[in-house]
Design a protein around this ligand. Structure first.
Ligand code: NDP
Length: 604
């Protein structure tokens, strides 16, 4: 039975419909279910064509606002948010996507339904851009929310101790403030797609089932009838096979690192990106590691396994479908059962979280199966505990304005030894090994709104260590190609001047041509005492502060655990010293810069 307000004869004079049409409409309306009514409403809105934009809800006594609130550093949460908005819209429910970076937390009390999607970083921290929101929510100023209905989707990585901590925090705090859950918290691992999809489905059906009775509804144009742009043919789910144009070592002879410059062709893909965006790369596992694993497990690569209802050979599964390097808590638990190992079973218990993480850091999948062999293992038993291979994200190092149809990456090959065996990073090793003309790389573009250039000629300060320099090459190419005159200043750090000055000639050319106004370098291993980018910032503190006062944007890119906090501390000191503030005042100065999007981080 529908709960919609029926068209009544009194309406006749106030609508463009004839009496007869109104009577027919009333007849149809009383026979409709809620879903049918919603669909029909959207259908009529869609018939309105280009002149009839979807109804956007406005705050009113009878309208529940449905907000999707996103906290994201890498864009994965934003992607889920868009899927949710689209799916809700297909059911006739209009939602609004808000980013925690811009969200006014005081609006919380006006929300009807709040759907939070957030990731967790480092030691259980919220995304950098969401720090203010989390602080407000945890604090005493957070309002009581008795009317609020909410749901939280937490993205994380189960190989970290504080898995999904940020999501858990929002979920429990919203309950504490009086909110009611639309559905329980869902925690997703790095292979979040299926769990996120299921969450989206649950949420949308909850919203449909509980749309306000008798009140106004947030009708929207169903997707089928909407006249939106055609989405790009290539995406995370359907990556483009990009040919390799160039793959060279940037680091010179004698370097203690191997950092590469990789150029890929996007020709024919229709893929576009902006400086600051990132490229998703779908890697393949090292064939040697696959062979070693097969040998240790006494399994044939030709054996068949079933992954998500698809049958593939075990070699294909281990090469292109599953993560076979870092082990996860789920793998430990599952292998503990298969191998009947009390050591692994114990490590899987909740009170051993710290030991478990330490064990995982020191033992890859190969090490676990070597230490706990299983005679007569079935191939499906092995793959059951592994998670799907995930794409890796890299900051784009080029600009389409300078290199149309191309995308460039700066990749530092991760090589180390564990238990006396050489190991290679999954994606960096994969990219390093691709030099043949025939090689292609599956890629897609992910927008990184928080790290874009200012649209005008606002001055920019670019701070980066190691591969963190990549987006700045893109920024400079863009400004040069577009003739943007804004001032720019690069702080770059690496190990040794002679071998590790990435893109040295390009920076020097940009400096000579005036596109780059200043650059300061920190080579940490050229002197007895370490010199880092933050030391260079401090040394130029007075000028740095005057750039900040002029309205410069500050960009920080590279290591999240040490470099970014140390650079932040240096900026606080600079603002305190040259702005005549105490450290609280200086922190607030930088918080304000973050709120107004002038302090931008892309750290990993
Ligand atoms: P690194 O960040 O490892 O090193 C670059 C420079 O930063 C070095 O001179 C290093 O000095 C210095 N440094 C070390 N500690 C600090 C600090 N606290 N503050 C400022 N500078 C510091 O460069 P990479 O390019 O190898 O890696 C960058 C980040 O990307 C890291 O987080 C790394 O884990 C991650 N990564 C990157 C990949 C890629 O290819 N893009 C792949 C996998 C991970 P020193 O070493 O002499 O102390």
């Amino acid at each position: 039975m529908t709960e919609l307000t029926m068209p009544s004869p009194e309406l006749a004079g106030t609508t463009p419909l004839t009496d007869n049409q109104l009577a027919q409409l009333a007849g149809i309306a009383t026979s409709l279910s809620r879903e049918q009514a919603i669909w029909l409403s959207g259908y009529f809105a869609g018939l309105g064509g280009t002149q009839a934009p979807p109804t956007v809800p406005t705050a009113g006594p009878d309208v529940r606002l449905t907000t999707i609130l996103v906290g994201s550093e890498t864009g994965n949460c934003r992607e889920v948010a868009s899927a949710l908005a689209e799916s809700a819209r297909a059911q006739g429910i209009e939602t609004k996507i808000a980013d925690m970076a811009d969200y006014k937390p005081r609006s919380l009390k006006d929300e009807g339904d709040l759907l939070v999607i957030t990731s967790t970083h480092g030691e259980g921290d919220p995304p950098q851009t969401a720090l203010d929101f989390f602080e407000f929510l945890a604090g005493r100023k957070a309002p009581k929310l008795p009317e609020l209905r909410f749901a939280v989707l937490a993205l994380g990585d189960s190989t970290y101790e504080h898995f999904c901590a940020a999501g858990r925090q929002v979920d429990s705090r919203l309950e504490e403030l009086g909110g009611t859950r639309l559905t329980d918290l869902v925690e997703c691992d790095v292979d979040y797609d299926d769990d996120a999809e299921a969450w989206v489905e649950t949420i949308v059906s909850e919203l449909v089932a509980s749309a306000p009775a008798g009140g106004e509804m947030n009708f929207a144009t169903p997707v089928a009838a909407a006249n939106g742009a055609t989405p790009s043919a290539f995406s995370k789910k359907n990556p483009f096979q990009a040919e390799i144009i160039e793959n060279i070592e940037l680091t010179g002879r004698g370097s203690t690192k191997e950092t590469r410059h990789v150029e890929l062709s996007l020709e024919g893909s229709g893929l576009e990106y902006r400086p600051g965006d990132v490229l998703g790369v779908m890697p393949q596992n090292d064939p040697e590691l696959v062979s070693t694993l097969l040998e240790r497990l006494s399994l044939s690569g030709d054996a068949e396994v079933t992954l998500k209802k698809e049958t593939v050979t075990l070699r294909e599964a281990l090469t292109s479908r599953l993560e076979i390097t870092a082990a996860t808590p789920r793998f430990l638990e599952q292998w503990g059962e298969v191998a009947d190992s009390s050591e692994l079973r114990e490590l899987a218990t909740p009170d051993r979280a710290k030991d478990r993480i330490a064990y995982l850091n020191g033992h890859h999948v190969l090490d676990v199966v070597e230490r706990h062999p299983v005679p007569g293992l079935e191939p499906d038993q092995f793959v059951a505990g592994l998670r799907p291979l995930q794409p890796r994200l890299y900051s784009i190092a080029s600009s389409l304005a300078a290199a149309p149809d191309e995308v460039h990456l700066t990749v530092s090959t991760v090589r180390y030894s564990l238990h006396d065996t050489p190991r290679t990073g999954v994606a960096t090793g994969f990219l390093a090994g691709l030099t043949g003309d025939e090689d292609t790389v599956p890629v897609y573009v992910q927008s990184n709104d928080h790290f874009h250039l200012p649209g005008d000629d606002t001055p920019i300060l670019m701070i980066g260590a190691g591969t963190g320099v990549a987006p700045y090459r893109s920024f400079m190419q863009e400004r040069e190609a577009r003739g943007v005159l804004g001032k720019s200043w690069l702080f770059f750090g690496e190990r040794n001047f002679r071998s590790d000055f990435l893109y040295q000639l390009e920076w020097q050319d940009l400096f000579r041509s005036g596109v780059l106004d200043q650059f300061d370098l920190a080579f940490s291993r050229d002197s007895a005492e370490k010199v880092y980018v933050q030391d260079r910032l401090r040394r130029r503190g007075r000028e740095v502060y005057s750039w900040l006062e002029e309205g410069a944007f500050v960009y920080v890119c590279g290591d999240a655990n040490h470099m970014a906090p140390d650079v932040h501390a240096a900026l606080v000191d600079i603002v305190a010293e040259h702005g005549g503030q105490d450290s609280d005042g200086a922190e607030e100065y930088l918080s304000e810069m973050r709120r107004s999007h002038r302090y931008r981080l892309d750290v990993y």
